[in-house]
Ligand binder design. Structure first.
Ligand SMILES: C[S@@+](CC[C@H](N)C(=O)[O-])C[C@H]1O[C@@H](n2cnc3c(N)ncnc32)[C@H](O)[C@@H]1O
Length: 191
C-alpha cells in the first residue's frame, strides 16, 4: 500500500479547527486514504473527497463521503466535468500535505461565507528530515499566511510556521481562516 494511504490518524491541527466549520458540504482536497474525510463526516458534514489516485478514492468513499477521482493539476482541469473548486461552495475545506500553488485562488474562492479553511503542509527546510524536499512542494517562509491575507474577506484565526516533532520531525506551515459571513467575491473570481 502506498505510504499516503497508510496514514490513519487525523492531523491534530485539523482535529482542533474542523469543529469551527458551519453546517454544510465540506471538501477534503487531495484526500489520500481519507483520514480527514472520515473526521469531517463524523462531525456531521456531507463530504466531497477528491484525489487523482484511484486507490485513495476507493479507500475514502463511504457513508456521507462522495469520493471523486480527479487530477487537479492536469491541463484544462478547471473546465472539466467534476471540477470541485466552485465559488462560495463549501462550509469547510481541508488540505493536508499537498501543495499546488496555481489552485490557491480558486481554492480560497470556493469557501462559502462563514466557511472555514484548515490547511497544513510542508515548508522550506523540510528536506533535512526527508521528503518532500523539492522546493515546488515546500512553502516559503510566511507564504501560506500571505496567500490567505491577500484575499479580502478572509480572516486568519490561527497560523503556525516552523518545526514539528509529531507525527514525525518536519517543517510545516498551517493555517485556519474563515470567510467573513456576508463577504462577496471580487468580480474577477465570481464565475
Ligand atoms: C501526501 S498525500 C496526502 C494525503 C492526505 N491529504 C493526508 O494528509 O492524509 C498527497 C495526496 O495528493 C494527491 N495528489 C497529488 N497530486 C494530485 C493531483 N494532481 N490531483 C489530485 N490529487 C493529487 C495524491 O494522490 C495523494 O493522495
Amino acid at each position: 500500500m502506498a505510504d499516503h494511504l497508510k496514514q490513519d490518524r487525523p492531523s491534530r491541527w485539523v482535529v482542533r479547527f474542523a469543529p469551527l466549520m458551519p453546517d454544510g458540504e465540506v471538501l477534503d482536497l487531495a484526500c489520500g486514504g481519507g483520514r480527514h474525510a472520515r473526521l469531517l463526516a463524523g462531525l456531521g458534514h456531507p463530504v466531497l473527497a477528491v484525489d487523482r489516485d484511484a486507490a485513495a478514492v476507493a479507500a475514502t468513499a463511504g457513508d456521507d463521503i462522495s469520493a471523486l477521482q480527479f487530477d487537479l493539476e492536469r491541463e484544462g482541469a478547471a473546465q472539466a466535468p467534476g471540477w470541485p473548486l466552485q465559488p462560495l461552495r463549501y462550509a469547510g475545506i481541508v488540505v493536508t500535505n499537498y501543495l499546488h500553488r496555481p489552485l490557491m485562488p480558486a481554492l480560497l474562492a470556493s469557501l462559502a461565507p462563514g466557511g472555514v479553511l484548515v490547511y497544513e503542509t510542508f515548508a522550506a527546510g523540510n528536506g533535512q528530515f526527508g521528503k518532500p524536499s523539492n522546493p515546488a512542494f515546500l512553502l516559503a517562509p510566511g507564504e501560506l499566511l500571505q496567500m490567505t491575507m491577500a484575499v479580502t474577506g478572509l480572516r486568519v484565526l490561527a497560523y503556525e510556521d516552523g518545526y514539528v516533532s509529531e507525527p514525525a520531525p518536519a517543517m510545516v506551515q498551517r493555517i485556519c481562516c474563515r470567510r467573513d459571513a456576508g463577504s462577496v467575491l471580487p468580480a474577477a473570481l465570481s464565475l
